[in-house]
Write a protein that binds this ligand. Structure first.
Ligand code: FES
Ligand SMILES: [Fe+2]
Length: 465
């Protein structure tokens, strides 16, 4: 679409290069409806006030108004496959023991003893339990949350054990994820996501994936800045120049589905519009495969006469991932094989349902420091077709000083990209604290997900519980 932005209404201008949909339309194995649709809406162009990233009082209010009322990815179902298995999920100072009580019954207990409040399970712990017994005086609860016993009941005639149940957050499962919400009056998860996003979920079958690696690192930037850094591909030419020869960044497609769900599709195997005309198809392909002998073996892949790097990449990825995961991907579209699909589930989860880089991100604020975020990357590989689900990977913790390239369970090339993103973040945090300008300015199209996200933050923050 070649347009002059001056003649258009706000939000109508697009990168003059080939569009994401035009690229996908040329693919050999066609893409499903959830890939081929567009859903952009102009949401205003005011600056975003800076204090939400720099003011500890804003973070305090988020714990009262935002984290207590939103659906959050607490763990994967495969983290708690058996009755009695549990996984502790902390958000801020809140903590939950997410427990499988029966085959189809998962509960999330507030992680605090009903005597004098001691945590029943340590933060970051997981395991299998037949009861939850407090370490302090020994009061205990069954895994269904009912009280099992208190010590010296003669001293507590005023305590009715029959009603001394562990309080619960709400729990729903979708796509193999366990979601929790502290708000008993919140919409259901389906209502929260909306019908369009639910249809996308149904197509992805993320319940048939498993956590093949899990990398965790903290760094000094507010969690909302962190979310925003992954909401757009506008930063790619400057921040990740090494991927530009084979990455459609400035012509990435952005979609908004509801207050709580949006996405981008960044086409791969095509050059950045920033470099348009600079590379031949063979050079694009060389860039995609360069240095990765696991992908290409000893032979340099060649783009056939009249062919495209993108098509060679899609065919190669399909073959490679079928072999590596023992799965049948013949019906999976070229776009799903190679493109980067990034979805946000408000507030702090990203899902990447594509095949070549299947992931979830989770961003957790540090309750003791509003300018610190814990960033988790979960790789979600398909369960092999023999149906035997591998154990979910243990988390690999990096120190704040370590590079993502040091993660043993992550490709170093991807680690370099994560380093580039997170290095920007603490520079952005410090810059906002040093800035004379009171707000952030956003592009109407490429930064629409940030605007959608911050508008939703505002919606929660302005309504008292
Ligand atoms: S605080 Fe838990 S038994 Fe006393
Ligand atoms: Fe990035």
């Amino acid at each position: 679409m070649n347009v002059e932005s001056g003649k258009l209404k706000p939000g109508q201008a697009r990168c003059p290069a080939i569009t994401t949909q035009e690229i996908i339309a040329k693919d050999k194995v066609g893409a499903p409806g959830w890939v081929r649709s567009e859903s952009y809406e102009f949401l205003g162009d005011e600056d975003i006030p800076t204090d939400r990233y720099t003011d500890p009082a804003f973070a305090e209010l988020e714990y009262e108004r935002l984290w207590t009322r939103t659906w959050q990815f607490a763990c994967r179902e495969e983290h708690i496959p058996e009755v009695g298995d549990y996984y502790v999920y902390d958000i801020g100072t809140y903590s939950f023991i997410v427990t499988r009580v029966a085959e189809n019954d998962i509960r999330a207990y507030f992680n605090a003893c009903l005597h004098r409040g001691t945590k029943l399970r340590a933060s970051g712990s997981e395991g299998s339990a037949s009861e939850f017994k407090c370490v302090f005086h020994g009061w205990s609860w069954n895994i269904d949350g009912s009280n099992k016993g208190i010590v010296c009941p003669w001293d507590f005639p005023h305590v009715d054990r029959s009603t001394l149940n562990l309080p619960q957050a709400r729990v729903e499962t979708l796509g193999g994820f366990v979601w929790i919400n502290m708000d008993q009056d919140a919409p259901t998860l389906s209502e929260y996501l909306g019908p369009e996003a639910l249809a996308h979920f149904a197509a992805w079958k993320l319940e048939d994936r498993y956590v093949s690696s899990h990398v965790v690192k903290s760094y000094p930037a507010n969690w909302k800045l962190s979310v925003g850094a992954f909401h757009e591909a506008y930063h790619v030419p400057r921040t990740h120049p090494q991927v530009c020869p084979a990455n459609g960044d400035l012509n990435t497609q952005y979609d908004v589905y509801s207050d709580h769900v949006d996405r981008f599709i960044a086409p791969q195997g095509v050059p950045s519009p920033y470099h348009e005309g600079r590379y031949s198809e063979q050079e694009v392909l060389d860039q995609c495969t360069m240095g990765d002998s696991s992908m290409v073996g000893d032979d340099r892949p060649i783009v056939p006469e009249g062919g495209t790097a993108r098509q060679v990449m899609a065919d190669m990825y399909r073959e490679m991932f079928e072999a590596a995961t023992n799965t049948d991907l013949s019906g999976v579209s070229d776009s799903e094989m190679i493109d980067c699909f990034s979805y946000t589930i408000f507030p702090n989860t990203f899902l990447f349902p594509g095949i070549s880089l299947p992931m979830a991100y989770r961003f957790l604020p540090n309750p003791k420091d509003h300018r610190e975020t814990q960033f988790e990357i979960f790789f979600l590989r398909p369960v092999p077709k023999d149906g035997v689900r591998p154990e979910p990977a243990e988390p690999e913790y990096l120190t704040p000083e370590q590079s993502f390239t040091e993660a043993k369970s992550m490709d170093p090339g991807f680690g370099k990209i994560m380093d580039q993103d997170t290095d920007n973040l603490f520079m952005q945090q410090e810059g906002l604290e040093a800035s004379a300008k009171p707000g952030l300015t956003l592009g109407n199209y490429q930064e629409i997900r940030i605007r959608n996200f911050e508008k939703t933050v505002d919606r929660y923050m302005t309504v008292k519980p």
